[in-house]
Design a binder for this molecule. Structure first.
Ligand SMILES: *[C@@H]1O[C@H](CO)[C@@H](O)[C@H](O)[C@H]1NC(C)=O
Ligand SMILES: *[C@@H]1O[C@H](CO)[C@@H](O)[C@H](O)[C@H]1NC(C)=O
Ligand SMILES: *[C@@H]1O[C@H](CO)[C@@H](O)[C@H](O)[C@H]1NC(C)=O
Ligand SMILES: *[C@@H]1O[C@H](CO)[C@@H](O)[C@H](O)[C@H]1NC(C)=O
Ligand SMILES: *[C@@H]1O[C@H](CO)[C@@H](O)[C@H](O)[C@H]1NC(C)=O
Ligand SMILES: *[C@@H]1O[C@H](CO)[C@@H](O)[C@H](O)[C@H]1NC(C)=O
Length: 405
């Protein structure tokens, strides 16, 4: 059913109002604030299942990663799990069963009847692994809210949005929107270069067609709901503002008591990153050199009223949050107070041995209206780390430093 809507400040837009399809699935797929007005997300990034599957240590790593997920979920009460990229290490898996690892990734979520939503990372695409096939596999379970809303040849897969409704009241208007973006990367499925015989690299930033979809959809939703609903965003590879911040302030960069978190990937690898900071190579030659590829995406984020924070993974050795509220050195864009955060490396796969964990994000309906979220890392050990409030004074508030471990 299509209808015409208009609302002050949002322009005029045609909206497909038949969004939800309840009844088709055995579980309630509607995201809602709890009766006490809270909504909590548990973010797992860089799980990297499927490494070295024919050796002893590879499968052991995956058993360990499942232990991390179970431990975190036993200690937290999340309404949604976000799998924020690099679910699988595609360069190590076989074509005939590469997406079978998804069964292992989601087992702890199925056991708890939890809903989940994914973004895909650079390791989720390789000669033997297709992010389209990962999506298909995910969608065999009703718990998967992951979708593909943009299907251009360059868009990637995991670009979509989800509404979170209030615990009660006007059920037609969400209290929070969640945006998921695909920063692509890795290598194209079953493609080899005619000249080198090597796999064919995929660009590692959010594509222009996904940015265009985002800005159009945002405008439509504003018209439909009559307001700019507060929102959070998720993307695997961080944007360049995070690198610019890390490298700013004469290399004091991330301050232990003001942006508490580990900061060991320095310089960090951002969207469009260059050889030496990342792994996008064709043979030995760097194929992507940072040249502002993510500027349209960052501009669209800054143009989104009431976008509170965006969460990334990818750099396993970083788990800080910072408030982007200045024009950082080397950047043409000026931040508007958007908070940008890393999650904690969750998997035993992938580089690094920092204590594994999962970033938690808690918001109440009241906090969403004020543009505030609370966030901390729940470690595999059961301890918490780096608990902060992303409010108007984040970046000036003094917090305990996070151990570099
Ligand atoms: C699995 O976890 C145990 C306990 O932390 C650790 O001793 C072992 O090295 C890990 N194994 C692998 C392959 O990561
Ligand atoms: C609100 O509900 C959630 C989920 O049931 C629970 O984890 C949390 O502790 C509750 N918070 C308060 C303040 O009661
Ligand atoms: C892809 O997987 C197949 C088995 O399904 C295997 O024979 C082949 O070596 C793999 N190729 C790469 C590039 O990993
Ligand atoms: C995929 O196949 C390989 C080789 O046959 C095997 O070692 C591995 O355990 C399989 N992976 C899964 C998830 O079944
Ligand atoms: C960085 O150092 C330069 C030269 O010493 C100085 O002019 C500038 O104010 C410093 N910037 C910050 C943010 O400390
Ligand atoms: C932000 O949160 C911190 C930590 O709870 C608090 O100390 C600070 O006063 C808050 N700032 C505002 C503007 O509420």
């Amino acid at each position: 059913m299509m209808r015409l809507l208009s609302a002050a400040g949002c322009g005029l837009a045609v909206i497909n109002s038949a969004f939800a399809a309840p009844g088709k699935y055995g579980i309630d797929r509607t995201l809602r604030f709890t009766d006490n007005g809270t909504f909590q997300l548990a973010l797992f990034n860089d799980l990297h299942y499927g490494e070295a599957e024919n050796l002893v240590w590879g499968p052991q790593q995956d058993v360990n990663s499942t232990r991390v997920t179970n431990s975190v979920l036993d200690n937290e009460q999340a309404q949604l799990v976000v799998l924020n990229g690099d679910l699988i290490t595609g360069e190590n898996t076989y074509k005939h069963n590469s997406t079978d690892y998804i069964n292992e990734v989601v087992q702890p979520l199925l056991e708890r009847n939890l809903l989940w939503a994914s973004t895909y990372g650079n390791h989720d695409s390789d000669f033997n692994l297709s992010r389209h096939n990962i999506l298909q596999r995910e969608q065999t379970w009703p718990n998967a809210l992951t979708r593909q809303d943009v299907s251009t040849p360059t868009s990637g897969v995991s670009n979509y949005w989800l509404p979170v409704y209030p615990s009660s009241g006007d059920a037609d208007v969400p209290a929070l929107l969640l945006w998921f973006f695909d920063s692509r990367g890795g290598n194209y499925y079953l493609q080899t270069s005619a000249s080198t015989g090597e796999s064919v690299p995929q660009p590692n930033w959010v594509d222009q067609t996904a940015v265009d979809w985002f800005t159009e959809t945002r405008t439509h939703l504003c018209s439909q709901y009559g307001r700019d609903v507060p929102s959070l965003a998720f993307v695997h590879i961080p944007v360049n503002a995070m690198l610019a911040f890390q490298q700013s302030q004469n290399d004091t960069g991330v301050r232990p008591h003001y942006e508490p978190g580990i900061n060991d990937d320095d310089p960090l690898a951002q969207q469009g990153y260059t050889e030496g900071q990342g792994d996008v190579t064709d043979g030995n030659a760097p194929v992507f050199t940072y040249n502002g590829e993510d500027v349209p995406f960052m501009q669209a984020l800054l143009d989104t009223p009431n976008l509170i924070a965006m969460f990334s993974g990818h750099d396993h050795g970083d788990d800080f949050c910072f408030k982007w509220d200045t024009q950082l050195p080397g950047m043409s864009l000026k931040g508007n107070g958007l908070d940008l955060c890393f999650g904690r490396h969750s998997g035993y796969g992938g580089y690094g041995s920092w204590i594994r964990g999962s970033r938690q994000v808690l918001v109440t309906e009241e906090m969403a209206k004020e543009g505030v979220v609370e966030t901390w890392v729940r470690l595999e050990t059961g301890a918490t780390s780096g608990s902060v409030v992303l409010n108007g004074t984040y970046g000036q508030d003094y917090y305990p430093a996070v151990p570099d471990a």
